[in-house]
Design a protein around this ligand. Structure first.
Ligand code: XIL
Length: 372
């Protein structure tokens, strides 16, 4: 998925305006707040075991910038309440990507990420950092810059050191390397600027630099299309074994889980996660959504909703079945802010809540698996 979109200055400015009336979520009495009037089993985070993190992406940046609504995380109070009450882990959907956090050479834009990390702390949530080395959503100054290899290496090291150390101790898992292989399991030697210019050895360096900057954070490979045992997940299986043998600080393998109902549920997800677990790694589902064919303006049918619920539930059950899979993140929780209709024409309704935040069958399917 090659996704490059630069935010307009006006959109960035409007994203930064915090309406005075918007209170931050109330400080929790314990590290896991229970919103007033809700019983424990009423939200996903309270349905989950204490050591299992149920997460979502925090809407902002990327495709949101070109939509008609104001930046959700800063402006939609109901969104913030659901974000706080339902989830124990949050991921930056776009706010930690290069084009967003490092818009000019040597100039970082931390405001949104600071706000996300602060929100997580106020609400007893952990944070997933996303992402440090990727072929997509890089700023123009980087992609079009005419840098020597030495300069590029220094730029990457500076970026990783600066961003990771700023949030050291506050990020549970970092997606250090995102989508480095294509569907054949071949390294993206052309698309990925770092691998193209500096060779594959730069990937191990990225993990080493991240580890130096935050020795506590768990460092992950993350990709889509690796749910099943296939050429792409095999490529990760090999490179990870090599890195572990060399002492490169790799701690986790994550499947994104952008699923489409046009295809069957990925076969053998649990067994695939298990083989990485057997290497001593943590595993995670980091970006699940389940999209369906949906003509504009149409509602999903009951059968579509049931099938969607089944996909979400099977993915969660696969993760729950693997000892070291403790983090399951849905890529947005409400349809109106989902990236899916913007990127996949004719498809939509991929999240677990309707636009008014009422719950779809997929929500209840997840909840019922979590309470088990
Ligand atoms: C998506 C975001 O959801 C959009 O807002 C943005 O416009 C494009 O990127 N794989 C990833 C995520 O690792 O970062 C992508 O997120 C979805 C695919």
């Amino acid at each position: 998925m090659k996704v490059t979109r630069l935010a307009s200055a006006a959109a960035i400015a409007s994203a930064l305006v915090l309406p005075a009336a918007l209170p931050s979520a109330a400080a929790p009495p314990s590290d896991r707040p229970l919103p007033p009037g809700l019983a424990k089993q009423d939200t996903l985070r309270w349905s989950a075991a204490d050591d299992f993190y149920i997460g979502t992406a925090v809407a902002g940046g990327g495709h949101h910038v070109s939509q008609s609504y104001p930046a959700p995380f800063f402006n939609d109070q109901q969104y913030r309440e659901v974000l706080a009450s339902e989830f124990s882990s949050i991921s930056a959907e776009n706010q930690m990507k290069w084009e967003f956090i490092h818009p000019q050479r040597g100039r970082y834009r931390f405001a949104e990420t600071d706000a996300i990390v602060e929100f997580a702390q106020e609400n007893g949530q952990v944070v997933r950092g996303h992402t440090l080395l990727w072929h997509s959503q890089n700023p123009e100054w980087l992609e079009e810059g005419d840098f020597s290899d030495q300069e590029l290496r220094a730029i990457l090291k500076d970026h990783i050191t600066t961003v990771v150390s700023r949030y050291a101790g506050q990020i549970q898992q970092w997606d250090v390397a995102n989508e480095i292989f294509d569907s054949e399991g071949t390294l993206r030697t052309e698309e990925n600027i770092w691998i193209r210019e500096l060779g594959p050895g730069i990937i191990a360096d990225a993990f080493r630099w991240a580890h130096e900057a935050d020795p506590e954070a768990k460092l992950f490979f993350n990709d889509y299309g690796v749910e099943a045992n296939n050429a792409k997940s095999d490529a990760y299986y090999e490179v990870i074994q090599k890195y572990l043998a060399q002492g490169v600080p790799v701690h986790g393998f994550a499947v994104q889980g952008h699923l489409s109902m046009r295809y069957g549920f990925p076969a053998g997800l649990e067994a695939n996660l298990q083989r990485f677990d057997d290497l001593g790694l943590e595993t995670a589902v980091t970006e699940i959504d389940v999209r369906m064919d949906l003509p504009i303006g149409a509602d999903p049918t009951a059968a579509q909703l049931e099938k969607q619920a089944n996909y979400y539930q099977r993915a969660l059950e696969a993760c729950l079945g693997v000892e070291g899979c403790n983090s399951f993140t849905i890529w947005g929780f409400v349809d109106k802010y989902s990236w899916v209709p913007v990127f996949f024409e004719g498809q939509g309704a991929a999240t677990v809540m309707w636009n008014d935040f009422t719950r779809k069958p997929a929500y209840y399917a997840l909840q019922s698996s979590l309470v088990k």
